[in-house]
Design a protein around this ligand. Structure first.
Ligand code: NOJ
Ligand code: CA
Length: 542
């Protein structure tokens, strides 16, 4: 697990996000857990993933399903015991799979002992571990809004001051300007590194630091909610945050082969340069999510332009991350599911994800084409979604249980699942797709195998090819003598693409052409939603 040839596992690898509540239930109480994950590790190994990112597993009153941590050093009882966690770590490592934990360090739960202590008195030793302030004429200290709705300030009767919460009132923001708080957080990071975890996904890192003077955000006219009608100059994306990321890097780099990936949310069309700044040119986060694909319309240029923009901003020294799904956004299979075309589109999107320069993150169920659940209002559970999510139905639809087989509740649990299983589970499940060589699951496996096998795909330089047809996204990946060209037709109609002339090309993988077949350079007709990945070695004649 050490550095190989200057490359790190998280650059060459693929990371699979597990939402632990929804992945596999090991004890029949209807809630996914660590034992359930252990039981499915062979499946994940066979899929070919290198790392698992687990959404938070720490104790929490679950006002935001774990993104409100009440103890950073323990495991939530509903997910298992510490022993279960150690077993998961050991069993995953035995299969060459790394474990990436979700660290939620912008805020704690209001039930965290730090906050309990902080709120007891204005002179509490932990008072400045959080952001407390007097109001102005009976109003909060400034105009900041909580990202989940309402004001960002909560009045606390006991000491007659307000505290800041960028999300729920049950998620008070910590004060990263306090040296003691910061030291306590670095101890949390070391605690898990000492235990052997391989990395961290860092929740909302761009929120860590707030303006020291707590200035009002400027307002604007457009936006669905009061939060959207502000320019967030002072409550997030402060340049000082990058300095904290550099410190974090020092802490993590004291251990070999560990990584950090930051959630750097930017409301579209936010500044990509800002997101890139968290890499601090190799001195900050190892990785920062690029969420652009979550908002791309189904259009070749929409994706291609985002890739080019990100490539240019990061340059060759920083390593990109791409993702089509996570636990906060509608699933791509549903997003791109118009007129029954979700399956071929999912194949095109996956081919792109696994052949770009950068680490692909996939979200559980994506590999079998899970859709958003259609849930009735009474079935919704996410407290955030139910109360504050601006657009019904919130985030539960993308968190429905993993569809393993066609047993009751899709093999997710022997009990009653905490969220209803999608009603398509008899057709869409792992067991069925495993038996069907033409399934989406097999397509994911084939792409992952190809990416692992071909250095050009996991480490080669990216270059967009000058195909002028707007339905196509074509690019090359090059490493030493190898040149791979990826041709993607985003349209339901056939289109003519161009394979560079002057070489003989071998098909690596395609939706229509057989691997191993050869073709000359020149025009090639791509069928509807066709994917064609071809390779040549420099010097291979026409
Ligand atoms: C981002 C997480 O992905 C989301 O699920 C959570 O609600 C917020 N951060 C607040 O922690
Ligand atoms: Ca359980």
């Amino acid at each position: 697990m050490s550095e190989r040839d200057g490359r790190e596992w998280w650059q060459d690898g693929i990371i699979y996000q597990i939402y632990p509540r929804s992945f596999a239930d090991g004890n029949g109480d209807g809630i996914g857990d660590l034992r359930g994950i252990v039981e499915r590790l062979d499946y994940l190994r066979d899929l070919g993933v290198d790392g698992l990112w687990l959404s938070p597993i720490n104790p929490s009153p679950m006002h935001d399903f774990g993104y409100d941590v009440s103890d950073y050093r323990d495991i939530a009882a509903e997910f298992g015991t510490f022993e279960d966690f150690r077993t998961l770590l050991a069993e995953a490592h035995a299969r060459g799979i790394r474990i990436v934990l979700d660290l939620v360090l912008n805020h704690t739960s209001h039930e965290h002992l730090w906050f309990q202590e902080s709120r007891t008195a204005r002179d509490s030793p932990k008072r400045d571990w959080y952001i407390w302030h007097d109001g102005h004429n009976g109003q909060p200290p400034n105009n900041w809004c909580a990202s989940f709705g309402g004001k960002a300030w909560e009045w606390d009767e006991a000491t007659s001051q307000y505290y800041l919460h960028s999300f729920l009132p049950q998620q008070p923001d910590v004060n990263w300007r306090s040296p003691e708080l910061k030291a306590a957080m670095w101890d949390v990071v070391r605690y898990w590194l000492d235990m052997g975890v391989d990395g961290f996904r860092l929740d909302v890192v761009n929120w860590f630091l707030k303006d020291a003077e707590l200035r009002d955000n400027p307002t604007k006219w457009l936006g669905a909610r009061p939060y959207d009608r502000q320019r967030h100059l002072y409550d997030r994306d402060r340049p000082e945050t990058v300095e904290v990321m550099k410190e974090l890097r020092q802490v993590v780099d004291a251990y070999p082969a560990r990584m950090t990936v930051g959630e750097v949310y930017r409301e579209p069309p936010g500044s990509p340069a800002l997101a890139a700044s968290y890499y601090a040119r190799g001195e900050g986060l190892h990785l920062a999510f690029n969420f652009a694909f979550l908002y791309c319309k189904w259009k070749a240029s929409a994706f291609a332009d985002r890739v080019d923009e990100w490539e240019e901003l990061l340059g060759p020294d920083c390593w990109p991350v791409y993702t089509l799904n996570n636990h906060d956004q509608p699933r791509s299979y549903s997003r791109y599911g118009v007129g029954g075309e979700s399956d071929p589109r999912a194949r095109v999107a996956a081919a792109m994800l696994f052949t770009l320069r950068g680490t692909p993150f996939i979200y559980y169920g994506e590999e079998i084409g899970m859709r958003d659940g259609t849930l009735k209002k009474a079935e919704l559970h996410d407290p955030v979604g139910k109360r504050y999510w601006p657009f019904h139905p919130g985030r539960d639809p993308e968190r429905t249980p993993m569809q393993w087989d066609d047993a009751p509740h899709a093999g997710f649990t022997t009990g009653t699942p905490w969220l209803p299983v999608n009603d398509d589970f008899r057709e869409v499940n792992v067991w069925r797709q495993d038996r069907d060589p033409d399934s989406l699951l097999h397509w994911y496996r084939a792409l992952i195998r190809l990416r692992r096998r071909e250095p050009a795909l996991h480490r080669g330089a990216y270059r967009r090819l000058p195909d002028t047809d707007a339905a196509l996204f074509t690019y090359s990946r090059e490493w030493e003598h190898d040149r791979i060209v990826v041709l993607l037709n985003f349209d339901r109609m056939p289109h003519e693409a161009h394979v560079p002339a002057g070489s003989t090309w071998e098909v690596c993988l395609g939706t229509r052409q057989r691997a191993g077949d050869t073709l000359p350079g020149g025009p090639v007709r791509l069928a509807a939603y066709e994917v064609l990945i071809v390779k040549t070695r420099r010097g291979a004649g026409a």
